[in-house]
Each structure stands twice: as C-alpha cells, then as structure tokens.
Ligand binder design. Structure first.
Ligand code: NAP
Length: 324
C-alpha cells in the first residue's frame, strides 16, 4: 500500500523504547511515526532525531533508564502499556519535565482470574494431571496421588491494591478466608491485616504476591517468608519476578520448605532457571497476567488515549501517582 510521504512526515515521532505489544503497536503506527527501538537499531539516526522526540511508548516490561532519558531533551510523555512501570526511571522523567502514564484498572479482571487459575493449578496439580493423561500413566499406573483442596483454605495477599482486591473478591466465592499485607492497613476492608509478609505467611495456606516491582519490594518474599509459609504452603507470584528471591524460592521448593508454587513472573524474563523447570510441584506460565485479546486491546486504547491527549494538549487520562 502506498503512503503519502507528506502525511507520513506530518505524523509526530514516537520512540518505541523496547518491543511493543502488537495491539499497541498497531494503534501507534496509524497515528505516529514510530521509531522502533531506534536507539539500538541505528544509533546515528537516533542521535539526529533524539532532540525532537517528545513521546516514548513503552510496555510494562520496558526499561527506560536515566541514561536514555538524558539523551531525550524534548521528552514530555512516556506512555506505558501496562500498570507496572518499575523499569521506567520516573524520577529522571520528572526531572526532565516529562509525565509517565500507565494503564491501571482495565487489566484487574484478567490478572485476578489468572491468580485464581494458578492457585487451582498448583493445588489441584492441573498441569501434572494433564501430563499424566498424555503420558499414558492413568492407564499404566492408576489414579494420580491426591491433591490439595482450595475451597475454604486461607489466602494471604501480599498487596491489596486494585488487583489484590479483585483477587480477594474471587476468593470469597471459594469460601476462602482473606488476610493481607500492604504498606498500610485498609480500615474499609473486612480482611485481616498483617504488618509484614512473614507474619502473613505464617497464617495462610496460599500466599499470592501482587505488589509493584522495583526497589521498594525487591526480594520481599525471602527465605524467612517461605519458611513461615511452611511445607504445605503454596506461593503464587503474579506481581514481578523481582519481588521474590528466586534462588531462595528454588532452594525452598527443592528442600520441601514450601509445598508448591505457581509463577507468572520471573527474575530474568524470558529466562527461567532449569532448577525451577525440573520441579514437578511448580506451575510455570510466561507472564500472561493481562494477555487476553480484550484486555490487551483495552490497555492499548488507554495507552494511546494518553498519547493523543498529550498531542492535543488535553489532560492525561492516567498518569502514574508520582506524576499527578
Ligand atoms: P496498586 O493498586 O498500586 O496496588 C499495589 C499494592 O501493593 C498496594 O496495596 C500497595 O500497598 C502494595 N505495596 C506497594 N509497595 C509495597 C511494599 N513495599 N510493601 C508492601 N506492600 C506494598 O497496583 P495494582 O494495579 O494492583 O498492580 C499491582 C502490580 O501487579 C503492578 O504494579 C504490576 O507490577 C503487577 N502486574 C502484573 C501483571 C502480570 O502480567 N503478571 C499484570 C498487571 C500488573 P498500599 O495499598 O498500602 O499502598
């Protein structure tokens, strides 16, 4: 399809700082001249364009370090397609006068659904059961070993924000008791608060991690928390890989310190340690918390709405809290 070069030239440039999710990219290329990872693919062209780049598009997993921000003197907006923005140096963006936006709320249902799915998968050993049938073990060996019951069990949420609350609502339908830890107690919620993850872990059967990543939560789930969770306890991480001390988790699983784990996020994505893959009581999925077509479209729409508002001089729909 031929494109009018004048129309293309009129499109404002947007730097896609890392690989951008497909639905966000589709919307971007319709409206903007997308400089796709130009800082990596063509450093000379990037140096020529950088002084005029006002907008950056990013995903929830993107890294935008201070060094790259420093090379973008005209930067005004970083629109993240995701609710987590721990890879973005927000302080450096703010110092430049740029606002960071993200996509809260629209993914709550999907991430909460996945958390429940992972809890069930780990407790009822669904991936192992699937493998059991496919391998012919059912016919050869008889019934599988008995699994763990989830309904009525005790759930502990590390993080009680938008997604944490959505997980709690779903868990109530399973007759689970709900307790949580967060930076502060939420008096308006009918759930029991614990001041630390370790104190919470000691009182629950399932510990589900749903905080932001970044320095404030790094390795919050450490060997002591896992020991408190105990040999029947199940850890589910749908937050960020950085929140869990991964080597300590592997050690705890190998030694039977905890009963099992189900993980959507990892310390060094997309690389998953072989020792983790070797453990049968662990369920592993490739960071799919928000990965349904409807939700990814809603996220892309909101990320694009932030860019559109910026270029039209309107208030931004969803700046991150630090930029409000
Ligand atoms: P949110 O509404 O900001 O909630 C975050 C919760 O974490 C809050 O309850 C907060 O406590 C708590 N928290 C923050 N720092 C903490 C700390 N140092 N110690 C203890 N608790 C802390 O965020 P959300 O929308 O629920 O999203 C949470 C995170 O989920 C995102 O930031 C992202 O990293 C992750 N996520 C993952 C996927 C995926 O694909 N797996 C998808 C979407 C989101 P207070 O309430 O006391 O402030």
């Amino acid at each position: 399809m031929s494109q009018d070069p004048r129309a293309a030239a009129a499109k404002p440039p947007v730097l896609a700082v890392t690989r951008i999710p497909a639905l966000y990219m589709e919307g971007l290329v319709k409206r903007y001249e997308v400089l796709d990872r130009l800082q990596d693919t063509d450093p000379a062209a990037f140096a020529a364009r950088a002084p005029h780049i006002q907008a950056v598009a990013a995903s929830g997993e993107s890294k935008l370090p201070a060094e790259l921000v420093a090379r973008l003197p005209a930067l005004k907006i970083v629109s993240v397609n995701g609710v987590g923005y721990d890879g973005i140096d927000v302080a450096a963006c703010k110092a430049r006068g740029a606002v960071v936006t993200h996509t809260p709320e629209v993914l709550n249902d999907d991430v909460a659904d996945l958390a429940i799915g992972l809890m069930l998968s780990a407790a009822r050993q669904l991936p192992a059961a699937d493998r059991y049938v496919r391998a012919g073990d059912w016919a050869a060996k008889g019934p599988m070993p008995l699994a763990r019951k989830m309904s009525g069990a005790r759930l502990g949420l590390v993080g009680m924000g938008r997604i944490g609350k959505a997980i709690a609502t779903r868990a109530l339908a399973f007759g689970m008791s709900i307790a949580y830890t967060a930076r502060s107690a939420k008096g308006e919620l009918p759930y029991r608060f614990f001041p630390t993850a370790e104190a919470l872990a000691a009182e629950v059967d399932f510990l589900v991690v749903i905080t932001p990543g970044g320095a404030g939560t790094k390795h919050m789930i450490d060997a002591a928390v896992l020991k408190a969770l105990g040999r029947k306890g199940i850890l589910v991480n749908v937050a960020r890989g950085s929140v869990v001390d991964e080597p300590a988790l592997i050690e705890a699983l190998e030694q039977g310190v905890i009963g099992g784990a189900a993980l959507d996020v990892f310390a060094d994505e997309p690389h998953v340690p072989e020792r983790l893959k070797a453990l049968p009581q662990v369920v592993l999925v490739p960071h799919i918390g928000s990965a349904t077509t409807r939700t990814r479209q809603a996220m892309a729409d909101l990320a694009l709405a932030n860019l559109e508002a910026f270029f039209a001089g309107r208030p931004l729909p969803s700046p991150v809290p630090e930029c409000r």
